[in-house]
Write a protein that binds this ligand. Sequence first.
Ligand SMILES: Nc1ncnc2c1ncn2[C@@H]1O[C@H](COP(=O)(O)OP(=O)(O)O)[C@@H](O)[C@H]1O
Ligand SMILES: [Mg+2]
Length: 441
Amino acid sequence: MMTPLGVAVPMLYTIPLFLTWARPGERSSTLMGGSAIFLTLVGVVFSPGEVSEIVFVERAMASTLHFVVTWLLIVQKRSTRKVKAAQQAMHDSEERLRLFIEHAPVALAMFDRGMRYLAVSRRWITDYGLSESDVIGHSHYEIFPEIPKRWKAIHQRGLAGDIVREEEDRFQRADGADRWLFWEVRPWKTAEGRVGGIVIFTEDITERKKVEQELRNHQTQLEDLTGKLLTAQEEERKRIARDLHDDFTQQLAALTIDLQRQAQVASESGMPPASHLVQMGKKTEQLTTDLQRMAHRLHSSLLEHVGLEAAFRECVEELSARTGLTTELVIRELPRGISLGQATCLYRVLQESLQNVTKHAKAANILVRLQPSRNGVELSIQDDGLGFNQSGEATQPRGLGLTSMAERVKTLHGTFRIESTVGFGTEIYAWIPLSEVKSDH
Ligand SMILES: Nc1ncnc2c1ncn2[C@@H]1O[C@H](COP(=O)(O)OP(=O)(O)O)[C@@H](O)[C@H]1O
Ligand SMILES: [Mg+2]
């Protein structure tokens, strides 16, 4: 052992030991272990003179020691590698999470139990005019001292493990700007399953709110305008009807009387009245009746004078007399308190529907029903005519008649429905409430 060779041989073992340490791995360590044995054998074979038993045992022990040391080194290297891999995986996952949070298109922030910022998305930073270094590690309440109490209460609920969703909320920013927010609070859990803090997601919906409000305003304006248009139309009809009645029919009546008087004079003077004079008299009389009827249709003074029921009867009877259609009219006892506006609406729906039946339906029978229903009055006009397809309703604009019926009913907060099947006829249904529903805008 003390010979130069005796020192050199154990020193040779350091070579495989060093290589095993430098290049860890099962294959390389087996290789190194193998070469160590080989070197031992070489040492034994080439030792000068007889190899004493002591030397042999000493070398065998050195070999065993070498194996033990190599094995320990391998175990240590392996566990270091595992720790490194775990650290790498954790780093990767943290990096993914950071990227995800940072670039999420919503404003989101992650807090610990003390409401200190752990991570924030860029949207959060820009929405609140902050910088990332301002927030990470700082308390939310320190950054937003003006935060309402109700929000703090919601954070507490989140920290207690609840998921809290709030549809929308108004919030005044530090710069005084009034904003609308949609937000959600969710707890996040630690590996032990305890709540580690919360994540808050917020979305600034101020612009959407603005658009919605504008849309509502437009809708109200449109409804207002439609109501005004319908009233103006009624007024205009009334004026034309009055002119027709007071002016034209009066003049025509005077003309009829003149013609009749002329015929009388002619017959008194012994001359037979000219036949064309008699004809003219008859035509003028007919014209007067037609004009009166037209004036009546334009503005049914009947409604004001005799009421809804009588006006309905007159209208339906006039239709069957004019067209020869079989009509049936069912009127159940109507509640009191139908205003003139409501009566006019029902009457106009009836008129337009009957006109449509004569114009488009080629029907043989018409059934009209007017009856009380659910705190209101319902009207239905059914025919057994051609019917029509309304599947394209949304894309194809309806005719003016159907649209104005629907609008009239809508202005009175009622319901309007058309049920039509090609080949089986049409039903127009309208219901209007009698106790005026208060509109909420
Ligand atoms: N009772 C009905 N039977 C068959 N088709 C109808 C009936 N009522 C309406 N229609 C169809 O609906 C269309 C729209 O009707 P409307 O709005 O009153 O406009 P208009 O009568 O001026 O054509 C009509 O052109 C017709 O094709
Ligand atoms: Mg029509």
